[in-house]
Every structure is written in C-alpha cells, then in structure tokens.
Design a protein around this ligand. Structure first.
Ligand code: BJW
Ligand code: ZN
Length: 259
C-alpha cells in the first residue's frame, strides 16, 4: 500500500488525533523559525532574549524583540497548513456519528492558529501581556504596544529604553511582560494537565514543523509511541523516526495528507 493510502487508513480509524505544531507551521506565512535558516536563534542568543534572567537584566531589549515579532506577525496571514488543520477539525466535528476527537497543541505564540477551536497554546501568546507587579493578564493587539517602541523594528534590539517607556499595567502601573513561556520557566499547570489528558488517549500524533528540541514538547512523541500510538511527521527535513514521514513544506504535505 502506498504511504499516503496507508496514512489515510490510520487517519480514518484513529479515535483521538492530536497535532503538535512548531514554528515550521507558520514558516510559509513568512514568520521566521527559531533554529532553521534565517531563524531567530541563528542570529541572537536565546538566553539574551527569551529567559526571565534576560528580562530582568534588560527589559528593553526583550521588549524590542517581542515588539518586532508582534509587528511582523500583524502583517501575516494563516497559510495552507493552518487552513488544512481548520478544515480537518471541521470535518471531524461535523461527522455523524462523532467517532473522533482532534486537538491541536501549538508551541507557536503567533496566534495564526486562532481559527482552530480545540487549540492549546502551550507557550503563550505574543498578543497577551502579564504584569510583573500585580500579575494581571490581558489581551493586547496594540500597534505599537508602547509609543517608544515604534520604529525600533530594524534595530538589533539594542535601543535600551528606560523602564518608564516600556509597556505598563493599566491597573497598577507595573512593568508588563509578554505572556509567553521563556526557557527555564514552567508551563501553566492547567495547560500541562490538558495536554496530559490528550496524550494519554492519543492514538495518532501529527508532528508538524517542530525541531523537537525543546522540552516538554520534545517528549510528546515518545509518550504517544510508548502507549502504542502512531506518529506522522511533517517537516522539510528529517527529525523523528516515525511511522509516517512527510518531508516537504507542510502547506503542501499536510493539505494532501488531511484531505
Ligand atoms: C518546516 C517548514 C515548513 C521549517 N514545513 N516544517 C529536559 C532536558 C533538557 C532540557 C530541559 C528539559 N526540560 C526542560 C528543559 C529546559 C528547556 C529546554 O527544553 N531546553 C532545550 C533547548 C534543551 N525547557 C524549558 O525551559 C521549558 N520549561 C520547562 O520545561 O519547565 C520545567 C523545567 C525548567 C528548567 C529545567 C527543567 C525543567 C520552557 C520552554 C519554553 C520555550 N520557549 C520558546 C520561546 C517562547 C516564546 C517565543 O516564541 O518567544 O519557545 S523557545 C522556542 O523554541 C519557542 C518555540 O515554541 C520552541 C520550539 O521551537 P520549534 O517550534 O520547534 O522551532 P524550531 O525553529 O526549532 O524548528 C522549526 C522546525 O520547522 C524545523 O524542524 C524545520 O525543519 C521545520 N520547518 N519550515 C514544515 N515549511
Ligand atoms: Zn499590574
């Protein structure tokens, strides 16, 4: 049986399907990845931009980085791969009788998957903030998020603005931070519990556009395979050994596979 036909058989007979997504999902929308060619961590040190220590040492630098990414993403649209996931979710949820579940877990913070209803954003969102003083969380799509950040997009994140010019809390005036999960930070417990529930029952895991290097997401393939679940990888290069490996841009491969 051809690979795609054999995948379609598994897709039809699986009961609990989960997609685990990474930056490669949004690559065809024009959003850079982290570790690939042109990726952020090829030019910048992750430890200088995406850790609590970096934010404490230089909140301006970190905000310049997140301002740059917010502004970039605001100009981007979901691509064929995001649409394939949305369409597949519709197909699963409108089937009668309802025999399958479909959950999308994304590591991406770009919001380009927001048309998916059953979505878990495990690393937070570029468009949410959290107050470092009172803890208040809120959605924020302001462009720019603070007047002083306007026009800093072309800098190398070295403008060094004073704290008073950085985004501040409307409730207590404290310094806001992006509501994302940085290295060394724990993921939200409620989110981890939801993910655990899904992985425990998952019989087919679609691993889309992730290098699989960052924990805890990096452990999800082995959690599923150790329970006998199948894994299908969609990536432009080889990452995991899996039951199905679709090598190529996921806009193309995912569209064909989920048809
Ligand atoms: C395409 C494509 C196309 C391109 N089509 N494909 C156990 C062992 C060792 C270390 C640890 C461990 N547990 C925890 C750690 C520490 C750390 C970690 O994992 N470090 C590793 C680097 C080793 N993890 C953490 O700190 C996590 N916290 C945690 O576990 O808490 C408990 C704890 C703490 C400390 C110690 C022990 C336990 C938190 C991790 C948070 C990650 N944060 C970031 C930034 C988030 C906000 C933001 O976006 O700014 O999340 S880092 C960055 O990496 C971002 C991403 O979500 C994440 C994953 O990257 P992703 O998506 O895989 O992107 P790339 O670029 O790596 O890959 C893209 C892929 O797409 C490539 O494969 C391409 O080929 C492919 N591609 N175009 C298909 N068109
Ligand atoms: Zn506050």
């Amino acid at each position: 049986m051809a690979k795609i036909e054999s995948f379609h058989r598994i897709l039809e007979t699986s009961k609990h399907i989960v997609a685990l997504c990474g930056a490669g999902l949004s690559a065809e929308s024009g959003v850079p990845t982290f570790r690939g060619e042109g990726g952020f961590w090829r030019t910048f040190q992750a430890t200088e931009l995406a850790t609590p220590k970096a934010f404490k040492k230089n909140p301006s630098r970190v905000w310049e980085f997140y301002h740059y990414r917010r502004e970039l993403v605001l100009t981007k649209k979901p691509n064929r791969a995001h649409k394939a996931l949305v369409d597949f979710e519709k197909k699963v949820s409108s089937a009668t009788p309802k025999t399958q579940t479909f959950t999308v877990i994304t590591q991406n913070v770009d919001g380009l998957s927001s048309n998916i209803k059953n979505l878990i954003e495990m690393h937070g969102s570029l468009f949410r903030t959290r107050c470092t003083k009172c803890g208040d969380r809120g959605e924020n799509r302001d462009s720019p998020i603070a007047p002083a950040l306007k026009g800093t997009e072309d800098s190398q994140f070295d403008i060094d603005l004073p704290i008073e010019k950085l985004p501040s809390c409307s409730k207590c005036g404290g310094l806001l931070r992006p509501d994302v999960v940085w290295f060394g930070e724990c993921l939200d417990n409620e989110i981890l519990t939801k993910i655990e529930v899904e992985l425990k029952r998952c019989d087919l895991l679609l691993v889309i556009g992730t290098s699989g290097l960052v924990y805890p997401a990096a452990s999800y393939v082995s959690i599923v395979t150790s329970r006998g679940g199948k894994v299908a990888v969609f990536n432009i290069e080889k990452t995991y050994d899996a039951d199905f490996e679709f090598i190529g841009p996921c806009g193309e491969t995912l569209g064909n596979a989920l048809m």
